[in-house]
Write a protein that binds this ligand. Sequence first.
Ligand code: ZN
Length: 232
Amino acid sequence: MTSERAMVSRRFREQYEDALTCYLRDQELAGLDIVTDGDCRFDDDVGGQSWTAYPPNHMSGLDAQHPVATPAGRGGIWFPRGHILHDYLESRVMPVISGPVGRGNLQYTAMWKAAQRFTTRPVKFGAVSAEIDALPDKIKRSAYPIAGTYNCRAIADTGEPSPHGYGIAIDLNTAVSDYWYWRPHEGAIVYRNRMPEEIVAIFEKHGFIWGGKWYHFDTMHFEFRPELLAAK
Ligand SMILES: [Zn+2]
């Protein structure tokens, strides 16, 4: 299906394509050989939520007709009010899993074609998620909903620029994640992890390092650093 037909019912085609071309041109100017669509998703939504809500709202096995608001104090309270992560994480509305999870009416092919039309460099996205989607539900639910990818922000404890600000990092489901800074951290840091090794293996295969291997562990966090894995 062409993007014109796949997306013909949507009201914001021009804004979508404008945003998409900005993402692509930034990456071209930065000299990247392979570019992504910036997780730019084509959906009617509120507050840019389709940035992370597009997959669960389109895959089968999730009850998109009855989304559930995130309970207050889940994730976003670690950031000050008005901070994008506070407002975004505290106001998320997501469907819950109601049956076997499948591809549903995801339109990644149409989105990929739309992005590839605007650049001569190869556009790549979805390599990791396709493999995660093929995992059993019991394992896959540790990945979804993802808690964010591109985000121009500082690291909570150091104030240094976060790899999320460079668009090379992704955080998975915070409900099954452990972050050293969220736990009592006076004195020795006690390691804890609930992220399945199957998910870690898929990311590592595609050039991501895992924050669950750090002393200051962050088990939801994966970062695209193929140069570090190649050096091993
Ligand atoms: Zn992260």
